[in-house]
Design a protein around this ligand. Structure first.
Ligand SMILES: Cc1cc2nc3c(=O)[nH]c(=O)nc-3n(C[C@H](O)[C@H](O)[C@H](O)COP(=O)(O)O)c2cc1C
Length: 340
């Protein structure tokens, strides 16, 4: 494994690791589990869609249950509320509500590629109109107290990355405190590679911190992204679902400390807790699907997850799923994939 310290000098600028917003995956339960493992400085909620109204508190509480505990996960990691919409006034009013409910920060989504979202002028479609991004950022920045950070998440562009600098500068002019860049265009979707090098110049000259995002699956990816982009701040998304101790691993690698050894049995215990908490928080009838979804991610790092997924993919009853998760593996545990 390439050593991270050689590539990422964190003496001048501290490392920051943010757990990404992921609609339908990264809910309060998953944030709680992943931040309890450690290594993260912040989380961002799934997007709260703002279309025509100022939303009632119950919507914010549903998407950000942490608002009932000071806007932090049980491990004490702050959770920013992400808003997605295009009306500056409505975005500002909803941001105000979230902050009054206890949100420690607001994040603005300018990256969602979903057609339904883009049709209603939200998410990545706004990358086509940087001036409008600036207006939204400015309206939200003015609406909430200065002490509350307002951050934005963008992509490199819509169809091409030709206007990336313009987009980033618009958000910065709008007054955001930090900018996260998913280093792909909307057209590039989620396909590798992520173009980390495009962040280098922005990161060098930006008056605000830049968080790099996209294709960060391993400690080596984070180190390489850091070297190529100059960033010391990273947002981890799918990689953190595949390898729940990724943030901890990055920190250990930087300090030259031993890597965390999260065994398959540790992960299985987390899966059981995830299933049970989904059943008790939502509905036992719907608790199996999120568990299967997580297994699909986990199998990239833990081959045992693939074998388990094959056994449970047709199960839809909570009790059956719980029994399957508790059963010892049929085969000998395979070696971990060397993802570093
Ligand atoms: C299933 C899924 C849901 C996502 N939901 C959101 C979201 O609600 N808000 C957001 O800003 N980004 C969302 N994203 C984008 C991720 O936060 C991240 O930018 C993207 O996955 C790139 O990082 P990665 O290559 O490390 O996964 C989502 C991505 C996925 C795969």
């Amino acid at each position: 494994m390439q050593s991270v310290p050689a590539l990422l000098n964190t003496e001048e600028k501290p490392l920051r690791l943010i757990l990404a917003p992921m609609e339908g995956v990264m809910d309060g339960i998953m944030r709680d589990i992943l931040t309890s493992i450690g290594g993260f400085d912040r989380c961002v909620t799934e997007f709260v869609r703002i279309s025509q109204t100022v939303l009632p508190p119950r919507v914010f509480y549903r998407l950000c249950p942490e608002l009932k505990q000071d806007g932090r996960t049980a491990a004490g990691v702050p959770v920013f509320v992400q808003l997605l919409g295009s009306d500056p006034h409505l975005m500002a009013e909803n941001a105000r509500v979230a902050v009054n409910l206890g949100a420690p920060g607001i994040d603005l989504n300018f990256g969602c590629p979903a057609k339904t979202v883009n049709k209603s002028q939200g998410g990545a479609v706004l990358l086509k109109t940087p001036d409008h991004i600036e207006r939204i950022c400015a309206a939200v920045r003015h609406a909430v107290p200065e002490a509350i950070p307002v951050t934005a998440k963008i992509r490199l562009g819509f169809d091409t990355d030709d206007h990336f600098e313009d987009i980033a500068e618009s958000a910065i002019r709008g007054g955001v405190d930090e900018l996260t860049v998913h280093a792909r265009t909307r057209r590039q979707g989620y396909r590798p590679p992520a173009h980390w090098h495009r962040l280098a110049e922005l990161n060098q000259h930006s008056p605000i911190p830049i968080n790099a995002n996209g294709e960060l699956w391993t400690t080596t990816d984070v180190a390489t992204c850091g070297r190529v982009s100059g960033c010391h701040r990273f947002m981890l998304a799918r990689g953190a679902l595949c390898r729940p101790d990724l943030a901890l691993s990055v920190r250990a690698a930087i300090q030259g400390a031993p890597q965390p050894s999260t065994s398959w049995d540790d992960i299985r215990a987390l899966l059981i807790s995830y299933l049970e908490r989904n059943a008790s928080t939502y509905d036992p009838r719907y608790a199996c699907n999120p568990t299967k979804q997580w297994l699909v991610y986990l199998q990239y790092y833990y081959p045992q997850a693939g074998a388990l997924f094959a056994r449970v993919k047709r199960l839809n009853q909570f009790d059956q799923m719980l029994t399957a998760l508790k059963a010892p593996a049929v085969t000998e545990p395979a070696e971990l994939v060397d993802a570093a």
